[in-house]
Write a protein that binds this ligand. Structure first.
Ligand code: MG
Length: 461
């Protein structure tokens, strides 16, 4: 029989305006989810993940049941994101541990993870990271393309390569943890691990006995270091384990078929009285990966201080994580345009509406210019002398840019039927605003001549 006691703490942090993290700490199930996808989407995704997980694991509290619970949570988030526009693209990390019966018939903690929230196991004087982050930087570290130090500051360290709810299916990493009395399990969102070093986490886990106070202390540490993200911590203490302290705790990776693989003793109990305490990798494990240096405390450290130790390469290499970039985090490939597709298929170009409009525009420019010139040249009338008669013309005298004046009215009034002093002006033309105005002007000149003639005394001619 295994007896557990847990503490949970979550905080909005000091830079965010909402808490998109979600935690769960029941009797036999513990979880941390870190939502993403905007204010609303992140909160919904992490809440749906945890609630679905709790219901599903309650129905089937087994290792296979935990995997199915993750699948159910993934489906619930994915379907909701398809239904609601405001939630499109939402997703979440999910790290969960459940107490169940292992394949050997003994109590075991089953651990599952998707994303970059983490699980650490403190056992036998060491704290080790069990989960492997599904982030772009960590994937490159695992593929030998980047060092751990580079990954810690790399701009891609927050880009997830796997998350819950961003696709119809999801791969889940699973482990069996054969825990012992005195072991302590930590689940946390990246709001803790981005702010607080694993050495400091180890110090708190060791020095603060009450799991609730330990969880709160870790959250406070994250806020004291900046609190740039939501931070959530679940601490689970194994008060009574099935095997007492007779055997070291064992961490085993579980394959997709549900079988544990390569169960290795992961820890070696530290000797508190002998000064520096080192993480000792299993002698049966393959060579340790370069990203996982052991951490050693100084000789004058407290004798019961625990040491942060990396997970051994055996756990990391049993099932190399695959790279599944969530769609919203990775820049999409540019789509082939219709023109590029037609060119690739050898389809001849066709005259489109756009081409026609362009041609019309090309033609409209000179046509418009001609219209303006024509309007200017013909928007004028003048009175002039034509073969001894007064006449009204439309246009500019002498023409304008090829548009010649047009004779509109050759009147019967001759130059001898207007007063002589009018003739010099008439020979230089007199502009009028219209044909009618020109005709009235001529009529007036003629009336003026008649009136003068009739008024003249006889014999004055
Ligand atoms: Mg976070």
């Amino acid at each position: 029989m295994t007896v557990l006691r847990s503490g949970v703490a979550t905080d909005i942090g000091r830079a965010r305006d909402s808490n998109e993290d979600r935690a769960s700490a029941g009797d036999n199930l513990f979880a941390v989810a870190d939502g993403m996808g905007g204010h609303l989407g992140g909160e919904v995704a992490s809440r749906v993940a945890v609630e679905t997980l709790e219901r599903a694991y309650e129905r089937t509290p087994t290792i296979a049941g935990l995997r199915e619970a993750f699948a159910a949570a993934n489906a619930a988030i994915w379907e909701q994101s398809l239904r609601v526009d405001e939630l499109r693209g939402m997703g979440t990390t999910l790290t969960a541990a459940g107490l169940t019966v292992g394949t050997d018939g003994r109590d075991v903690m089953c651990l599952a993870n998707v994303g970059d929230s983490r699980a650490y196991l403190m056992s036998g004087g060491m704290v080790r990271q069990v989960t492997a982050d599904h982030s772009l930087a960590e994937e490159r570290v695992r593929h030998g393309e980047m060092t751990e130090a580079e990954a810690e500051t790399h701009p891609h360290r927050h880009i997830l390569t796997r998350a819950l709810g961003v696709g119809p299916d999801v791969d889940v990493d699973l482990w069996e943890l054969h825990v012992q009395s005195g072991d302590r399990l930590l689940l946390c969102s990246d709001g803790l691990t981005n702010e607080v070093s694993v050495e400091q986490i180890s110090q708190v886990l060791h020095s603060v006995k009450d799991p609730r106070k330990a969880a709160r202390a870790l959250v406070d540490r994250a806020n004291a270091h900046g609190g740039s993200d939501n931070v959530t911590v679940v601490v689970v203490d194994v008060l009574v384990g099935e095997d007492g302290n007779a055997e070291p705790s064992v961490v085993s990776r579980v394959t997709a078929t549900g079988a544990p693989v390569g169960a290795l003793p992961e820890t070696t109990p530290a000797e508190p009285e002998t000064g520096p305490v080192q993480a000792v990798p299993s002698t049966t494990a393959p060579p340790v990966e370069p990203r996982a240096p052991a951490v050693t405390l100084p000789a004058n450290a407290a004798s019961d201080m625990f040491v942060a130790a990396p997970i051994t390469s055996a756990v990391r290499t049993l099932a190399p994580p695959e790279y599944h970039p969530p769609p919203k985090e990775v820049a999409p490939q540019p789509k082939e345009t219709r023109r590029q597709r037609r060119r690739r298929l050898g389809v001849p170009r066709r005259i489109t509406v756009r081409v026609v409009l362009f041609l019309l525009l090309i033609l409209a420019v000179p046509a418009g210019g001609i219209a303006v010139v024509r309007w200017y040249s013909m928007d004028n009338w003048y009175v002039a002398v034509d073969h001894g008669h007064l006449a009204v013309y439309q246009g500019r005298q002498g023409g304008f840019l090829g548009f010649k004046p047009k004779l509109l009215d050759l009147t019967g009034v001759t130059t001898t039927e207007v007063l002589p002093f009018r003739l010099p002006v008439l020979r230089q033309t007199v502009n009028e605003p219209s044909l009618g105005a020109g005709e009235r002007y001529i009529a007036n000149l003629h009336q003026e001549f008649i009136a003068q003639r009739d008024a003249a005394p006889l014999g004055s001619e």
